[in-house]
Design a protein. Structure first.
Length: 279
């Protein structure tokens, strides 16, 4: 388990150029008809996600940098401007392009827990100054999760894309039932600290805010990230073979908390493609 370093004063970084949002306020004004951002407070039971039009860019700042999430929802790109000396951790292979002034340092971090989890054994750290473009390997969206130091998020091992300095991630073992049938595997990331983490999805991302004592059900295989507890249960009727294959299983969340949901199930998509190739 990662040990948290003692609280230290954040290093000083000269401010990089901010990303322009064309003069529009961010988060977008609800009166304008634009989509609300991930950090926007919502009424009970409200969903944030793709509407009838293209989702608005997510533009923001962090200590030592600024970012923009654009080309949403299926070909999303994370653009980051880093100040001199400011580091950013990212999933290996996520870099599209970068300024020649940005340095890249790769590390191999071996552990038996990572081997069991099927996780990345290497890590990439980019250091400014300059611009960095990142994207996931699959078609889908990217969203930001701001961390204030008071919350812990669980993130699927395939959903992590990048994080700022001050964010700590470790693996936590799930129960065997969740490991086999939740769609997230035996280990998931546990994220805490102060800063921003960016996560990716297969398909668009919908954010569901769950009120205290409210329950919400998500089909297994559609989870991206969550900060509240859930239990696995079976819905509907069927044969034991369906249970063994994971069909009919759902994740029942209880608030308060937030769940980020992806609109496509990777395993179901692979099965669909496989059936098409077999014909």
């Amino acid at each position: 388990m990662s040990q948290h370093p003692t609280q230290q004063q954040a290093p000083f970084y000269a401010s990089p150029p901010p990303f322009s949002n064309g003069g529009a306020p961010y988060p977008p004004d609800k009166a304008s008809g634009q989509q609300s951002g991930v950090g926007t407070p919502l009424p009970t039971g409200h969903l944030v996600g793709p509407g009838t039009g293209v989702a608005a860019d997510d533009v923001g700042n962090f200590h030592g940098g600024s970012y923009r999430i654009s080309h949403r929802d299926s070909n999303t790109v994370l653009s980051v401007n880093l100040a001199g000396g400011c580091p950013l951790d990212a999933k290996p292979g996520a870099m599209i392009a970068m300024s020649p002034t940005v340095s890249l340092k790769g590390q191999v971090k071996f552990s038996f827990k990572k081997v069991l989890a099927g996780a990345e054994l290497s890590a990439s750290t980019f250091t400014g100054p300059g611009e960095l473009l990142l994207a996931p390997p699959t078609l889908g969206d990217i969203t930001s999760i701001p961390l204030t130091g008071n919350e812990t998020w669980s993130v699927g091992k395939d959903a992590y894309l990048a994080s700022t300095q001050g964010v700590f991630k470790d693996y936590k073992r799930q129960g065997l039932g969740k490991a086999f049938f939740s769609g997230e595997g035996l280990f998931v990331y546990k994220i805490r600290g102060t800063g921003i983490i960016w996560v990716t999805s297969f398909g668009a991302i919908i954010r569901k805010n769950i009120m205290p004592r409210e329950e919400y059900i998500v089909d297994n295989g559609h989870l991206v990230a969550w900060n509240t507890k859930y239990v696995l249960e079976r819905v509907g009727s069927g044969f034991m073979s369906n249970f063994a294959s994971g069909e009919g299983l759902v994740c029942r969340f209880t608030g308060p908390g937030t769940v980020l949901i992806q609109t496509r199930n990777p395993e179901a998509f692979i099965s669909y493609i496989g059936q098409g190739l077999a014909e």
